[in-house]
Design a protein around this ligand. Sequence first.
Ligand SMILES: CC(C)(COP(=O)(O)OP(=O)(O)OC[C@H]1O[C@@H](n2cnc3c(N)ncnc32)[C@H](O)[C@@H]1OP(=O)(O)O)[C@@H](O)C(=O)NCCC(=O)NCCS
Length: 180
Amino acid sequence: MEVIHLKNFNLTIKTAEVSDAKMLRDFVKFVANDSQYLLRSSDEEFTLTIEQEADWIKKAAEHENSIILIGLVGDEVIAVTDAHGGKRKRIAHIAHLGTSVAKKLRGQGVGQAMMMALCNWARANKNLEYLELSVMGDNIPARSLYKKLGFVEVANKPNSFKYKDGSYQDEIVMRLKVES
Ligand SMILES: CC(C)(COP(=O)(O)OP(=O)(O)OC[C@H]1O[C@@H](n2cnc3c(N)ncnc32)[C@H](O)[C@@H]1OP(=O)(O)O)[C@@H](O)C(=O)NCCC(=O)NCCS
């Protein structure tokens, strides 16, 4: 657990435990409606029960190439950043990540603090060589954050994301080399 002193509040970053299942599930459901840049278009696409969420946390804790980080202000979950390493040997050196911050606290350093904590974990992990993510082409805040932390664009997959109105967004794949 670490406490980051941001300008307006303190952010506590901790690794998710099984006992966090309900608050983590509630946050992920909440944030699905809070951003157009996530894979789930609404919380209706998030159907995990608390037991399934607990199982997901347990599996990540047992897998040395995976981690789920929770960001808290006081007792409230306001950010989640997770990375999951490949299960097969040939892809175990790469972990795919996702991150989200509650809309009301964006633009105040939380996303960067969460991502830095994740990068530090990845650098200390002897099996990991890359962190990788997919981001929607028009998600400028996220692309800027990743670029600032040293991620580079390695692929652009046209029209991977389709919206209700029939429009598309490209999928930008970004990677950070983390091996020392
Ligand atoms: C992307 C996201 C995680 C960033 O978190 P955040 O807490 O708002 O970001 P921070 O305040 O820590 O900002 C860190 C850096 O990100 C970039 N950034 C953040 N908001 C930005 C904005 N609105 N426009 C451009 N760049 C932005 C900047 O490089 C910023 O550094 P700076 O403050 O020195 O300019 C957050 O906007 C979010 O949760 N968005 C919705 C979900 C999402 O898009 N997740 C990523 C899916 S791939």
